[in-house]
Design a protein around this ligand. Sequence first.
Ligand code: GLU
Length: 294
Amino acid sequence: MSAVPTCCGRFAPSPTGDLHFGSLLAALASCLEARARGGRWLARMEDMDTPRNAPGADTRILACLEAHGFHWDGAVLRQSRRLEAYQAALAMLREKRLAYPCACSRKEIAAAAPGLAIDGGLRYSGRCRQGLPAGRGARAWRLRVEDREIAFDDRILGRMAQNLARDVGDFVLWRADGQFAYQLAVVVDDAFQGVTQVVRGADLLHSTPRQIYLQGLLDLPTPEYAHVPIATNAAGEKLSKQTRASPLQAHHAAANLVAALAFLGQRPPPELARTSVDEVWRWASAHWTLRGRQ
Ligand code: GLU
């Protein structure tokens, strides 16, 4: 009899700034869902993108999570220490001739782009697919994608489908600035950490088919996915460091958690915000149901 993998969720912040309400939603939903299913919940610091890391943000994020009553299992996995694993995955894709070197500059990519990708970026024309142009060196490595539908059942949003060739194009695994791409690292790490359910913001929904495709090529299991609604500011922009989302205040932890629960469709009683962090977690654990915004 094969062992059923233990349910395992994770929260994977990038230390580009402090924890804000938008990241609290992903942390809370992923944690409550993992715990409701008797599972483990892990923290992973996606700190590979060194130029974008804010000094001290990783320590402040973890302290802020603790102040909000989060307890992750085991040690925090840091992507900056996992470069060999990403290198091995890239080597495997290169060996299978699924990854190819690309010489194109940003300007060339823009000039030849057959249109926009589903996430608003530029779709790659495939110019270097058949080999590097004469006299040119590799700047990046890309993954050869297929012209077929990749579908999955999102636990909140239902059936989702994407055709990578049409909607994304051959995407980058190793970036021109010498960094591994998020899509590769996240897939390698979710498998390494034994993650069976990914609960995160819907801003990453369009990335999921790329990740499922990579899991298939690397012989890695595909977790379940649920994408929670994303919080926006008054201008309708996603809360992020770029839109100057305000950092969460630890002394408002109970109220922050209650606001996040309400955003996640949980209907907490308003007076809960004036109790303690422990009280909010007790209520949340007893009432949690994964759902979209009500
Ligand atoms: N590090 C990513 C972020 O902060 C999240 C990655 C993920 O949950 O897959 O947006």
